[in-house]
Design a protein around this ligand. Structure first.
Ligand code: PRP
Ligand code: URA
Length: 215
């Protein structure tokens, strides 16, 4: 995982397996089934890196031979919050790593003309101040959806929020950093720019459509 100059909130997961799988994901010939599997796998590999700073505490454990002191994750309880719909594709892979996590949902879609997010659903656990949130969405484009999702979590009382995406545009990282400088962003790639329709270049196209076959 590395940082990049000019983007203080960004962490790029440069693991070779993540980079290899991302290239297959970008390929326009990759079919829906493989696309879905890859999003799941990349999310899991990214979560492995993004959780490397979780605090640990000692915990007594009895092996078949004797009692010893092991280690277990301590601190705030984890909550995964996919932004509907494309974020859903990232949940299961991460959940396999942290099966104790809760899952909230934020429904947002980007208006095709204004590119501004329109919200239609919000449900997270009631004890938000006690939780560590990972907001999930494969694409950070203008940053409007991510910034709106983070703002709604903060209104619900969340104080510790990270954002995980697969592909980020510089514009989106900057907007999220200016509105929410406390939110660390994990991505697999920082792409070049947005096109006039707000799509990331080179990107991977419409993540939701490619995940669910609605292209
Ligand atoms: C896509 C993507 C993000 C958003 C990113 O969702 O999954 O949520 O666009 O764009 P932004 O950074 O410019 O806000 P979309 O609006 O296509 O909805 P969908 O997942 O339901 O297809
Ligand atoms: N949403 C997507 O799914 N893809 C993009 O490139 C931008 C926004």
């Amino acid at each position: 995982m590395h940082t990049t100059p000019g983007f203080p909130t960004l962490r790029i997961v440069s693991h070779p397996l993540v980079q290899h799988k991302l290239s297959i994901l970008r390929d326009s010939e990759t079919p829906t089934k493989i696309f879905k599997e890859l999003v799941d796998e990349i999310a899991m590999l990214m979560a492995y890196e993004a959780t490397s700073d979780l605090p640990l505490e000692d915990a007594a454990v009895s092996t078949p031979l004797e009692r010893t002191i092991g280690r277990r994750v301590s601190g705030k309880k984890l909550t995964l919050v996919p932004i509907l719909r494309a974020g859903l594709g990232m949940v299961e892979g991460i959940y396999r790593l942290v099966p104790g996590a809760r899952v909230g949902h934020i429904g947002l879609y980007r208006d095709h003309d204004t590119l501004e997010p329109v919200d239609y659903y919000f449900k997270v656990p009631g004890d938000a101040p006690e939780r560590d949130f990972f907001v999930l969405d494969p694409m950070l484009a203008t940053g409007g959806s991510a910034a709106a999702a983070v703002a709604s979590l903060k209104r619900a009382g969340a104080t510790r929020i990270r954002f995980m995406c697969l592909v980020a545009a510089p514009e989106g990282v900057r907007r999220l950093a200016s509105e929410h400088p406390d939110v660390i962003v994990y991505c697999a790639a920082l792409d070049r720019e947005l096109n006039e329709h707000g799509y990331i270049l080179p990107g991977l196209g419409d993540a939701g459509d490619r995940l669910f076959g609605t292209r």
